[in-house]
Ligand binder design. Structure first.
Ligand code: NAD
Ligand code: WQD
Length: 344
């Protein structure tokens, strides 16, 4: 049987496809390459010695989805496909709701028609809004996301909850990611955002290789020990492995389940800069500017539920996150455009 991985060429998708292939799972990746390149999965194939199937196409294309479910024996779907740039979602809300919400609904309709009811969905800690207390566990009520991207994630969660209630045969995992960073230890795959990065670590690594001049630290007056924002950064390989643990669970349980995927530890922006400087040996010039609209002061997970129920926890610490991020960026200063794997 084969797993369909939507958005499989992207940052989290490619690392998860690698772990799935390494575990012996057959994978078919579907991606429209709107924010990724075909090269990521070529490198995954080279690293694992196993070729994932690949279809360039859109998750909103129902005809294509029906053909995939007819042609291939799919027994579950890991759904990464979506748009994720918070600022862009404010200026282009319809594109975000169409890709993220309509895309998810179209996928579920096609799954239901094909009788495939096992689904892992990429949600986000952003659905908690601005919680009153840390750490955040899964019983913390969802809050008010501050932007259309966050609202699209919350909407899909609600759609999937209703879907699960409507038909008890569904097995659905809502995985609420905290802040994925780093890269595979090989340095061959990693995060390759199009345009200027929105997220902290790719911004830092691009400053380090000279693609960007200096980092703006968004806010130095938060009520945190050093005044900068605190987040729960999780190594991308740990995060990818969390999907395998969730899939194992879904093979034995029906219903809709929610798990935080985080480490349980928070680091400030200045902690991140210092740790990166140590790992890379490069100084990161930065300036403290005003707060970014919509940012919260702090956010870290209670990671206990995933540990108890999935037997999964993050193992890789900050030093490894930074070393792996730096290996990827320094060996691929222009991301996947640096050098393509020869095709046979
Ligand atoms: P990414 O942009 O690297 O990967 C998303 C992939 O989906 C890309 O390859 C893109 O080309 C593809 N895609 C987008 N719209 C599509 C469509 N309509 N049809 C087919 N393919 C489409 O992003 P990522 O960081 O790997 O994120 C994966 C998922 O995880 C997203 O749903 C994102 O919202 C969610 N998420 C990411 C983070 C994060 O910080 N990276 C945090 C929480 C949740
Ligand atoms: C981390 C910290 C910034 C950039 C966002 C989305 C969330 C999620 C992950 C995506 C914050 C600070 C950042 C910079 C900075 N999902 N920062 N200078 O904001 O926690 O989460 O990405 O799918 O939904 O909101 O992550 O990496 O942008 O920021 O000072 O140039 O770094 O203020 O404190 P965030 P981030």
């Amino acid at each position: 049987m084969t797993l369909l991985v939507t958005g499989g060429a992207g940052y989290i998708g490619s690392h998860t496809v690698l772990e799935l292939l390494a575990a012996g799972q057959d994978v078919l990746a579907l991606d429209n390459l709107s924010n990724s390149s075909r090269e990521s999965l070529r490198r995954v194939a080279a690293l694992t010695g196993r070729e994932p199937g690949f279809i360039q196409g859109d998750v909103r294309d129902r005809t294509l989805l029906d053909r995939i479910f007819t042609d291939t024996a799919i027994d579950g779907v890991v759904h990464f496909a979506g748009l994720k740039a918070v600022g862009e979602s404010v200026s282009e809300p319809l594109r975000y709701f169409d890709n993220n919400v309509t895309g998810s609904i179209t996928l579920c309709e096609a799954m239901a028609a094909a009788g495939v009811r096992r689904l892992v969905f990429s949600s986000s800690a952003t659905v908690y809004g601005d919680p009153a207390a840390m750490p955040i566990d899964e019983n913390c009520p969802t809050g008010t996301p501050t932007n259309p991207y966050g609202r699209s994630k919350l909407m899909v969660e609600q759609v999937l909850q209703d879907l699960g209630r409507s038909d008890p045969r569904w097995s659905i995992a809502l995985l609420r990611y905290f802040n994925p960073v780093g890269a595979h230890a090989s340095g061959r795959i990693g995060e390759d955002p199009h345009g200027v990065p929105n997220n902290l670590l790719p911004y830092i690594t691009q400053v380090a290789v000279g693609r960007l001049k200096q980092l703006s630290v968004f806010g130095g007056d938060y009520p945190t020990p050093d005044g900068t924002g605190i987040r729960d950064y999780i190594h991308i390989v740990d995060l990818a492995q969390g999907h395998l643990a969730a899939l194992d669970y879904l093979r034995q349980h029906t219903g809709v389940r929610i798990w935080n995927l985080g480490t349980g530890t928070g680091y400030s922006v200045l902690d991140m800069i210092r740790a990166f400087e140590v790992a890379s040996g490069r100084a990161i010039p930065y300036v403290i500017t005003g707060r970014r609209a919509g940012d919260i002061a702090e956010c870290w997970a209670d990671a206990g539920k995933a540990r108890r129920e999935l037997g999964w926890q993050a193992h890789r610490g900050l030093t490894q996150m930074m070393a792996d991020a730096w290996r990827w960026q320094s060996e691929n200063p222009d991301g996947y455009a640096t050098g393509d794997t020869p095709q046979n």
